[in-house]
Write a protein that binds this ligand. Sequence first.
Ligand SMILES: [Mn+2]
Length: 364
Amino acid sequence: MSTNDENRMHPVRSLLSIAEGKRNFLVLCHNNPDPDAIAAAAALKFILSHEMKSKVVIGYGGIVGRAENRQLIRRSKVELTNVKDIDFEEYSFICLVDSQPRSGNNDLPRHIIPDAVIDHHPMRKETRQCRFYDIRPHYGSSSTILTEYLRELDIVPERRLATALVYGIKTDTGWLNRSASKADLEAFNFLFPLISTRTLAAIESPPMPKSYYIKFIDSINNAVQYQDVIVSDLGKINNPDVASEMADFLLRMENIRWVLTLGEYKDELILSVRTSRRGWWAGKVALRILRGIGIGGGHEKAAGGKLNLSGLAPDQKQRKLEKVIERFLNAVGAAGIAGRSLVPFSPPDSPKTNGGSISSTVTQ
Ligand SMILES: [Mn+2]
């Protein structure tokens, strides 16, 4: 555990003691929040409103993309407020959850030092300036940290919150199989008898939009295989979570150990890295391929990042994309391997040429 010294023994008590006397609380998730961020924020909101008898707002930047995540919010009745409707100056206590200051994945204004940070990503030096921080990179999820806080306070979470926390642990650890520790298993075992399995099932299989199915076509058609590595350029995507959804999907292919997916969302190139290898490789690779050109990071087997494309002409965008792919192939030891299209034949109706130039298979 990497916490301020006085926090080490009873982190939640330290958190509550520095929150004493404050009135308006903001719990801020990372952008495009995932189930772990949503559930951990909901648990922290519960703790703060229960113990401090004060108003607590959960904020997030970006959008909630995945249908599962929207279903989680609906079924767990978690209220989230987009940062565009948040005036940060209104809050006397700001807590970052599942994210850290200046990590590039949250919309906290740069001049604000949050009062508290709770996260399970690797420690950042900016976090040490905060009055309270509880950073546990060896944990599989932030939901696990928050479950421990509830237990420390003898709070038995009600069904909806327990269900959300289980889903948060489940998605960040792939049913306790990915980057999970003994603490994650213990939190899971504590929560599981308290959940609604019917709600959990409803969260896991919501109705999917048609665009979701159509994106599979691009992710397969545009996939290039380099032995046990797949790279797929998804073209334009309608929400940033599509990159990770398609990366998860492609990683399940037999004999594939690495996947990189890339997608253009608004003015950014979003990328997602997945591996079945153990040992923090995904996070390291994401950092390496984005060094100096973007921001990113992640966990043992799943990571991601983004780089800015605003103001770039199409050929400049293309060069950036190629640079990312080249760095990725270098980082995973696939440089020099000839890539082959995953699909061994062109779809019957795809045009082969376009006015003499080779047409892209990116269909938008
Ligand atoms: Mn997380």
